[in-house]
Design a protein around this ligand. Sequence first.
Ligand SMILES: *[C@@H]1O[C@H](CO)[C@@H](O)[C@H](O)[C@H]1NC(C)=O
Ligand SMILES: *[C@@H]1O[C@H](CO)[C@@H](O)[C@H](O)[C@H]1NC(C)=O
Ligand SMILES: *[C@@H]1O[C@H](CO)[C@@H](O)[C@H](O)[C@H]1NC(C)=O
Ligand SMILES: *[C@@H]1O[C@H](CO)[C@@H](O)[C@H](O)[C@H]1NC(C)=O
Length: 270
Amino acid sequence: MLLCGLIFSTIWAVFSVHSVYGFIDQQPDYIKTCMIKQPRDIFINCSTHSVQGLFTEIPKGNPQIGLEILDPLKIPALKILQGGGGPVTVNASLSDVTILGFANTKILYNSVDPKTYDFYTKLFLPRLRIDGNYELLGRILVIPLRGKGVCWFDAQNLTINVKSDVIMEKHDGFHFFNVTQVHVDFSVGGLKLHMGNLFDGIKALEDSTNAYLNENWRPVAESLSPILSKTIEDIMLGILKTVFDNIPADYFLGDLGPYDEAEIPKVLLA
Ligand SMILES: *[C@@H]1O[C@H](CO)[C@@H](O)[C@H](O)[C@H]1NC(C)=O
Ligand SMILES: *[C@@H]1O[C@H](CO)[C@@H](O)[C@H](O)[C@H]1NC(C)=O
Ligand SMILES: *[C@@H]1O[C@H](CO)[C@@H](O)[C@H](O)[C@H]1NC(C)=O
Ligand SMILES: *[C@@H]1O[C@H](CO)[C@@H](O)[C@H](O)[C@H]1NC(C)=O
């Protein structure tokens, strides 16, 4: 689970090229439009289905907006440093990382604040599986860890609450959600993991350490929660920015009002 954290913390780099792509200027069929001025329960039901439609589509990747394939998500290399003090102190890196599971994201709830346009989203992932080569030096719970080899992490039933901070912007004749920050908390229903070649391949120590981490998966996951939340925030921000910088808000919210030409800076009209 620790290494899951690592992965996400550098995913931002994968998506940070988003701004060079042009935006989509026709309503895609996978986006259902909702009316934010409708009664809240009707709007929330509609926007939950709408965001589900989006999350069913985007894991396939979208070259039109420069979005990578998200399932499987491939990441060449990652690094993390987590200072001492807490229950986790680690230096770790991962390479040739593959993450499986985003295609099965279920949107349990989505609402949009009618004044700020911030989103509140609750997601469920039945399974998130990570495979890669790791290198690790550090401590989790009371266990000192040192190793270099193949690893996998397999999390079940992840529930993730996300608040996305948004600034509504207008340009090119459309409204856009500028997602500036995401805040994440999550819970996990189960975690299995394996780190091969721990302690220079001293087999008995490797086996007993892996067994201990698996038996204690809940405190292991809890101790890694700050790293994990931060890294899930980074991946979500990267994905949401790529999506919403390039897909106008008007396709999601049909009653934002007409685009007001008076708001176009004069210099652009000249
Ligand atoms: C919620 O939205 C879905 C999809 O638009 C619709 O089929 C369903 O009837 C709605 N449920 C309620 C309670 O409005
Ligand atoms: C992590 O790496 C840095 C720089 O390589 C080093 O200064 C630090 O002592 C390392 N920390 C641990 C816990 O290994
Ligand atoms: C989004 O808002 C931030 C903060 O105001 C700003 O720096 C950034 O340029 C905006 N991004 C886009 C794509 O408009
Ligand atoms: C995950 O959720 C499913 C459906 O609720 C349940 O059957 C399964 O036991 C759960 N698994 C874990 C590891 O929590």
